[in-house]
Design a protein around this ligand. Structure first.
Ligand SMILES: [Zn+2]
Length: 234
């Protein structure tokens, strides 16, 4: 793994649900905003189907608020929701169009998303279908955003995107040293209190994130790190 280049100033981080970015990536976001970079969050859904025993009507607004608070903890104030249905996100033209329109508006150089692999690790559980749909659509929308003949009514084409970085996959190419910002990442995950309570089991964000980032750090040569696979777009 190589250190992820930091010669950029604007990124968009795209995921399916409130809390997806907080399971690791937020520690890297805290580092980048600390360097003065502008990071926007784009969420495909409001996560309204994410808590057992609580209706989507109640959960949607709750999780939107939790996501805005977690974003603020790591220096992110732009949080947008695309309002695709939680649990039923479809890979397809509608999602790619929404993503391409947002990229054209926000003009990022870097796109961040999370794994769209079928499983978490080789023998791990099946990755949520929303994650698979969103991750793949994000990569395709990078190209769509640059092609003015695709989605011509979704704003002028954007040639700014250089690379997409995918967190949580099996074959990382790059890492971000988050030793100085893991505390902010943990605080960011703690903002999802309603969701964590809804898990119905003991879950310690501090232990979880330190274990994961500590393991990645061993391969990266620092105390705590977050790993990404880079997909060049140029
Ligand atoms: Zn998720």
């Amino acid at each position: 793994m190589q250190p992820m280049p930091e010669d950029w100033d604007r990124a968009v981080a795209v995921v399916a649900h409130p809390d997806d970015l907080e399971y690791g990536v937020a520690s890297a976001v805290a580092r980048w905003t600390g360097q003065g970079k502008q990071i926007s969050y784009l969420l495909a859904t409001r996560g309204e189907a994410g808590i057992v025993g609580l209706s989507p009507d109640q959960v949607g607004p709750l999780r939107v608020e939790e996501e805005r608070r977690s974003a603020a903890v790591v220096g992110v104030t732009e949080v947008e929701f695309l309002d695709h249905p939680d649990g039923l996100v479809e890979y397809g033209i509608a999602l790619r169009r929404d993503l391409a329109a947002a990229f054209r508006r926000l003009q990022p150089q870097v796109i961040i998303t999370t794994s769209f692999d079928l499983t978490w690790g080789e023998e791990g559980p099946v990755n949520h279908s929303d994650h698979r749909a969103v991750g793949l659509a994000v990569l395709d929308a990078c190209r769509d955003a640059a092609n003015g003949w695709v989605f011509p009514d979704a704003g002028p084409p954007c040639a700014s995107i250089r690379d997409a970085y995918v967190a949580g996959g099996d074959s990382p190419t790059h890492f971000v040293d988050v030793t100085d910002t893991i505390d902010a990442g943990i605080a960011s995950l703690r903002e999802h209190q309603a969701y964590i309570d809804g898990l119905g089991r003991d879950f310690d964000p501090d232990e979880f994130l330190r274990n994961m980032a500590g393991y990645t750090g061993m391969g990266a040569g620092c105390e705590y790190a977050v790993a990404f696979h880079r997909y060049p777009m140029g």
